[in-house]
Design a protein. Structure first.
Lengths: 324, 333, 324, 333
């Protein structure tokens, strides 16, 4: 077990898979130089220009080209640099990558991984801080991965690369420097299984991606105040671990979903709705969501702080929920 | 492709006859489909390429089975010329279980991966990045296959045209871009929405060498494509073929194309590729009965396909839930 | 009051506003010819080429150009032809149109209407039938209009054109031929007010856009079976009429949300979650959603029929809900 | 813009001195910002254009206040040259309440609509469609203003470049496209990712006439821009100015640009536009003290702005909820 940063964990996972399978390759801007965050450091030397393809600023081609290359049997890792730029490649992602397998009746195998470092990035403002993972849960044909720890990032990336499905992989860019243990040999982590981050009987907190460390911290603070939270880090949003959430909620009766994304239209709504449908309103005592208000991410620190979900907001919401 | 009995005239004659056969099959397929659509047998939108068969035939005759193509919303001709199975195509248009896409795609998403036809596309220019990427994948795998990418003159005003050509040159990819220039995009004359000297100038400015050809002369298309394909196979990187042509029918099967200039339509009917090649073959001494036989065969093949499709089983509704994804697939209940 | 089709109602509304305000203009493919559906029939003759701009197939320019023209004080109607093609203009829509006002601290006034005929279009398959309105409820900065009747389409389009906000206007393309009354002078309909389509005390059905006529039909069928549905047609999803839904649910205790979009990640989840947050689980007896399963829209009639929400599915869900 | 005391040499001399002043102000603004960023006073990413000032200054001196510009991620120079207020810019970088964007945008979204600066942009090529549309709007309104659209050499590989130029020609719009070609896009040499002969060839193929100019020669930029602007104002439609230059600093303020060839950097420092214009003015007899005065003034202006920004109030958190939209705005609670 090595203690490494999250970005290094991701690098090790991709490295392991590229060594294992010569059909895996990377395309994106500046990847030859190691990628914007060093996710591909050293890859050019080891794998050469044909597998580490530094591209022009041509997002439609980066996405569509990755798809085309998958259709002839390679396994591209499509690096989007920053999530927000995928807006320049949405036809290729939503109308093509997500649909070819179905439209062509199973003939196509769009085995791509689309890496999109996402989330609020300290003072980078509205065009570099979006958190729209919920959109893709609404798009049939894709897997949505939202890891939060080095080990989960590594294990889920291995699964993503081996999967025949297109996997949208949301690297939590604000957590890249966070450290944790990663095994020598990285085993795949199956999609759709939550990580039980904390045990508790007072309320269930469901979370993912950048907010996980803050929710864990909130859990510790709540414990000091005598509130025991059961914390689930979903790790993937499609498929997602409905069983684990339902089981926890069955024990606690109270559900808080906390995510960095805007609350309105976020995946928290889906989780709440599913639980009410599944357990019935009588199956729970109280429900709440914590997320960003429906406002673009501002630049100035006091404005960003005012809007973004954090430990204090999670603690406050949990306390209010338990009191109900 | 149907090849006739041996005739005088050698290889070239045989090649022309094969082209003729391919075009007749495309024409017959689409006329049959049009009739079936009119009769209510085919649901949804249908885009036919009547008058443009020379381009599909002339290009694809230069491709191997392990080469790939991508197409646009008007893909029947490309698919047939690449060797796609007719019954799978016709059943797909009819939405039947035996369609190449199990009835999930229809005309606009016709595909037959078994012969390298990677799919029609409902988004203008949508096939360009896919074609370029397929070429990059093939190169990475060490294959010597190439990719032909068909698109219309309307597609050259979308961004992916620029991104795709630039990219193909950078990585020296084996792609033949084929611009089928029929002068129109839906209901708009492309000349009215295309600035500058046009596709060849754009292509050259992006570093892709081009040839222009009369797309209604299937033999000329064949010749030009064969030159370009040879260069591509030799590793020279991408090439573009600009083929001018004319679509005699409307944008969709229900568009009467009343907006067309009748004189232009009349002229186009004179210039259309099947009649032109027929005249040449007749002038070269091929017996009329032989050509009529090819046409008749094509028509018979397609009307049989229509009949078969009409009585073919509908897909079981349960398969609607299949082919979505492996992880996180939802099930019927 | 004239009895007109929905598409004609939309035409009349745009016509009225273009006559009123010379800064209103239209850009999109084939609009000079009247638009794909005749929404702009006759406009070229009346307003000329500078206000009825038939464009190349350049969706990024259509959207971004409309935005630029708004920034200097015009009011463009951006015609996307078919919703699905907006995927070719998502950077311009999501990163630019929706954000300029905020990013620039209020200096920009992106007064555009983006018209996107959406929804399942009989046998047009996966790339021409998408229904992703919920995505845009998640994007701060935009209004989301989803009318279903000729009168609402006309009145909301008038509001959209007069609004200083960017309004995403989802024309229900499958309902274009539906007829209804439209007044001589079309008054604006305010955003955020539901239409109370039917009164009932047994359950609340919330719906919008293409599914409205089917839900109304379901309401009539349910009444025959002794179940009285209270039906709300939301008409806009952002802002949305939370008050009306809460009030209805307070009376009925049972909530069914029915939309054409995929259920997972659809706006139905948001509505359910809001109601549970607002009324508490104790404030309701049962909840359910009807939508498309998480599957792309297939081409063949029996496949499309198997997946798409319809009268029978709404009736079945309502009956099951009332029985709970 | 600061204009000095009257000197011999007439109009042209005054014009050069004004250019010099603009460049000095841009340089001083950015060096001040860099220092402030290093000192932790400015949050977030900061892209400076040190070495590229000649382009912004030379182009914008040909614009009127009612003309518009759009910019990219590297917009300080464009904004200043267009006349944006310095304190509003500096406060914006500092995230203070008095920033042009009330602290909501920061460096990457600097904008000052009051002088026609329609915004920097965090998306490469994002400003192109906006500029073209602004020109179309101005034309519709019957105004005779024009729009200058600044973008880098990295932007010409994105689709909107093609869509925007094509469109501007079609509707004969008053747009001056300005490609600031510094040879690099982030950490990639643009020559390695740009196929074909480059921006001028692409532009001409799309029907946009061009001029190429040494972007480090502010006077040459001014002259070229003045010709193109005159043509645009005369109704000739769009034009493109291709200005080669060199950015001496890294991609962002925290990029040491260690990947740069030291020889190239040294050469660039020789060729940088402020030193060049200074040498010319000195040779033409302008007293060194006069030029030093301009520089000193610029530095003083900017360090005052820094100090003022540093002690300026932060935005009230409550305004975070403002400026979203009129209908459906959410409130703080
Ligand atoms: C991105 C996009 N925009 C618009 C459309 C609608 N559309 C379908 S076909 C077509 C015209 C295409 O013209 P061209 O590429 O010349 O092909 P042709 O129909 O002439 O064969 C248009 C505008 C689309 N499918 N995709
Ligand atoms: C669509 C998009 N892709 C990638 C980026 C990341 N990025 C920011 S600046 C930049 C380089 C731009 O190069 P160029 O346009 O030449 O401008 P320069 O930085 O040289 O001034 C890149 C790739 C982005 N902002 N937008
Ligand atoms: Mg065409
Ligand atoms: Mg550059």
């Amino acid at each position: 077990m090595a203690q490494v940063t999250l970005v290094e964990a991701a690098r090790l996972a991709a490295l392991q898979e590229m060594r294992r399978d010569p059909t895996v390759w990377v395309l994106g801007e500046d990847v030859a130089r190691g990628g914007l965050f060093g996710q591909y450091r050293g890859f050019l030397d080891e794998f050469g220009e044909s597998r580490i393809v530094s591209t022009p600023i041509s997002e439609s081609m980066i996405m569509g080209g990755g798809l085309g290359a998958a259709l002839v049997g390679t396994r591209p890792i499509i690096e989007m640099r920053i999530f927000d730029f995928v807006m320049c490649a949405m036809d290729e992602l939503v109308n093509q990558v997500a649909k070819v397998r179905y439209m062509f009746g199973g003939q196509a195998k769009p085995a791509v991984v689309v890496r999109m470092p996402h989330g609020i990035w300290r003072n980078s403002a509205a065009q570099h801080s979006q958190t729209l993972e919920s959109w893709f849960t609404h798009i049939p044909g894709v897997v949505v991965a939202v890891p939060a720890t080095p080990a989960d990032t590594a294990g889920l990336l291995v699964s993503a690369i081996r999967s025949d499905d297109p996997v949208l992989f949301f690297d939590p860019k604000n957590l890249f420097p966070v450290t944790g243990e990663v095994p020598e040999v990285i085993d795949p982590i199956p999609f759709g299984r939550a990580r039980h981050a904390r045990q508790g009987r007072d309320l269930t907190i469901v979370t993912w991606s950048a907010l996980v460390p803050q929710v864990e911290e909130a859990g510790a603070m709540l414990a000091q105040r005598g509130i025991e939270a059961d914390i689930l880090d979903l790790r993937t949003l499609w498929p997602w671990d409905e069983e684990a959430v339902a089981a926890s909620l069955g024990r606690t009766g109270r559900l808080l979903v906390a995510h960095e994304a805007v609350t309105v239209g976020g995946f928290g709504g889906e989780i709440v709705a599913r639980m009410v449908e599944r357990l019935g309103p009588g199956g729970m005592k109280a429900v709440a969501r914590v997320g960003q208000p429906r406002v673009p991410v501002p630049f100035a620190p006091p404005l960003e702080d005012a809007l973004k979900p954090d430990v204090a907001k999670v603690v406050a919401a949990a306390e209010a929920l338990v009191r109900r | 492709m149907s090849t006739g009995p041996s005739l005088n005239g050698g290889d070239n004659r045989a090649r022309l006859i094969a082209l003729y056969g391919t075009m007749c099959r495309i024409r017959a397929f689409e006329e049959t489909a049009l009739a079936a659509h009119k009769a209510g047998e085919i649901p949804g939108p249908l885009h036919v390429s009547i008058g443009q068969e020379g381009v599909a035939a002339g290009v694809c005759t230069n491709l191997r089975r392990d080469d790939r193509i991508t197409s646009n919303h008007r893909g029947h001709g490309h698919a047939l010329a690449k060797g796609a199975g007719v019954s799978g195509m016709m059943e797909e248009l009819f939405g039947r279980a035996g369609g190449h896409c199990r009835g999930k795609g229809g005309s606009m998403h016709i595909a037959d991966f078994s012969v390298g036809m990677l799919g029609a596309n409902g988004v203008v220019a949508g096939g360009i990045p896919i074609a370029v990427g397929a070429a990059q994948g093939l190169k990475l795998l060490g294959r010597d296959s190439i990719v032909a990418c068909f698109f219309g003159d309307g597609a050259i005003n979308r961004g992916p045209f620029l991104e795709g050509l630039n990219w193909a040159v950078l990585y020296r990819l084996p792609v033949l871009f084929v611009c089928e220039d029929n002068g129109v995009a839906a209901f708009t004359a492309t000349a009215s929405v295309t600035a500058g000297p046009g596709v060849v100038a754009r292509s050259e400015a992006l570093g892709v060498p081009c040839l222009s050809v009369d797309g209604n002369d299937a033999a000329a298309v064949d010749e030009a494509a064969s030159r370009l394909v040879a260069e591509i196979r030799a590793g020279a990187g991408p090439r573009l073929l600009h083929a001018t042509t004319y679509r005699i029918t409307g944008h969709t099967s229900t568009d009467p194309a009343a907006w067309r200039d009748p004189a232009a339509v009349a002229a186009a009917k004179e210039a259309e590729p099947i009649g032109r090649l027929r005249a040449r073959l007749l002038a070269e001494g091929v017996p009329p009965s032989f050509l009529a036989g090819i046409e008749g065969e094509a028509r018979a093949e397609m009307s049989q396909a229509r009949e078969a499709a009409l009585s073919a089983p509908w897909p079981d509704p349960a398969i609607a839930w299949e082919d979505v994804q492996d992880s996180g697939a939802v099930e019927a209940h």
